[in-house]
Design a protein around this ligand. Structure first.
Ligand code: HEC
Length: 163
C-alpha cells in the first residue's frame, strides 16, 4: 500500500492528490461530485484500522504482561482442571466461585471464613494487598501495587483459568 500512496491531501480546487512513490511526484485527480463520499470513505477506513489496530496492540501487550506476572503464581498454583493442588489451591474455574470453597484443599481458617465470590473486582482488591483483604491467610505473596499490573494479570487469568 505505501508503494502507491503515502500521502493524500485535499486541495481547495476539489482535487484529490496522491503522492505516487514510483513516479516520485504528486498526482492530482479531479473528483467533484464524488469528492465528499470518497473522502468520507477514506477517513472511515483509516479510522477503523487505527482504532482496531491500537486495540489489538493494547490487548496483546496486556496479555503478555499478564502472562509474565502469572509466572509468580504458578510456583504455588495449578490452573488446569485435573491438576493437583500445589502449596496453594488449583485456580481452575475460580471466577464466579465462592472464595475458599474447594473441598479437597486444606485452607487456613482465614479462608474458610471468607464470604465473597471471585470476580475481577474482588481479585483486584485481593491482589493489591492479599493480607489486608484476608488477614492471617497463608499465601506468602505481598501483592501487586500497580493497577495496570493487576489488570494485566486478571485479563490473562481470564483466558486460562476459565473452564
Ligand atoms: C508462595 C506460594 C504462593 C504464591 C506465589 C501465590 N499464592 Fe495464591 N495462595 C497460596 C496459598 C497457600 C493459598 C491458600 C492460603 C490459605 O489457605 O490461607 C493461596 C490462595 C489463593 C487464592 C484463593 C483461592 C480460592 O480457592 O479461593 C487465590 C485466588 C490466589 N491464591 C491467587 C494467587 C495469584 C493470582 C498469585 C500470583 C500473583 C498467587 N496466588 C501467588 C500460595 C501462593
Amino acid at each position: 500500500m505505501p508503494n502507491f500512496y503515502i500521502f493524500m491531501g485535499l486541495s481547495m480546487s476539489l482535487k484529490i492528490c496522491f503522492y505516487n512513490d514510483l513516479k516520485k511526484k504528486i498526482l492530482c485527480v479531479r473528483q467533484k461530485g464524488k469528492l465528499l463520499s470518497f473522502t468520507a470513505f477514506y477517513l472511515a477506513v483509516t479510522a477503523f484500522f487505527f482504532v482496531s489496530g491500537t486495540h489489538v496492540l493494547a490487548n496483546d501487550v496486556l496479555l503478555k504482561r499478564g502472562q509474565q506476572l502469572f509466572k509468580k503464581c504458578v510456583h504455588c498454583h495449578t490452573y488446569n482442571k485435573h491438576h493437583d493442588h500445589r502449596i496453594g489451591p488449583n485456580l481452575y474455574g475460580m471466577f464466579g466461585r465462592k472464595a475458599g470453597a474447594i473441598l479437597d484443599y486444606d485452607y487456613s481458617d482465614a479462608w474458610k471464613k471468607a464470604d465473597f465470590i471471585w470476580t475481577d473486582k474482588t481479585l483486584d482488591t485481593y491482589l493489591k494487598a492479599p493480607h489486608k483483604m484476608i488477614p492471617n491467610n497463608r499465601m506468602p505473596f505481598n501483592g501487586l501495587s500497580k493497577p495496570n499490573d493487576r489488570r494485566a494479570l486478571i485479563t490473562y487469568m481470564r483466558t486460562i483459568v476459565v473452564p
